[in-house]
Design a protein around this ligand. Sequence first.
Ligand code: MG
Ligand code: MG
Length: 254
Amino acid sequence: MGIELKTSDEIAVMREAGLVVYQVLEELEKLVEPGITLEELDQAAKRETEKRGATCAFKDLYGFPKHICISVNDQVVHGIPGKRKLLDGDLVKLDHGAVVRGWYGDSARTVPVGKVSAEAHKLLEVTRESLEAGIRAMVVGNRISDIGAAVEAVVAPHGYGIVRDYVGHGIGKRPHEDPQVPNYGPALWGRGQPNPRLRAGLVLAVEPMINIGTHETRTLGDGWTVVTRDGKYSAHFEHTIAVTETGPEVLTRP
Ligand code: MG
Ligand code: MG
């Protein structure tokens, strides 16, 4: 498809979608506590999204059966909310998308349930910090690879695995657009992977998925849930961000 740059009017609508995602995630984070089921969080995501005049982006996307992706502990992404109850010490990843007048917003955050281990807490903080570093690299004239290099520079000193099987992406009138946005520098990229310069009007979902152990993942028998190969915890943060002449603008927070 090639890369589609957005006008400021289009970015304004994406900001509306992004704000809905932010508000829904804020509401869900308040509900996260030991004993709540993922199904209850899924219903809350539907309710809070629709209450704001938006629709849930991931419902039926490529056949996904629920309204939000919820992944716990060693689950990396694309977890299907079901009857599982959250327990004290779990690390839960909420990944939500909303659509407003045909435009998408996409954001994820990792939330501790009750009291998590120091190891899990550090993973969460480093992953959050790596996303902020990636966002700061989103300036006109830089390249896509500068985003991943910035993420990797934060993560690498800790020896964590950076997931390679899933990457960030362009976003707009479709939930996943070109270009791909790896969370690591170009040394690990496949040959011939495009590395365009960042231009004003480019809107990206940047989403580091960081593992305590190996970067390798596998998909469970449900066909959706991605887990770490070694069973160690994973963290995930994501924002939808517009490149502007005056710097990056995060659309999925106020
Ligand atoms: Mg997402
Ligand atoms: Mg995404």
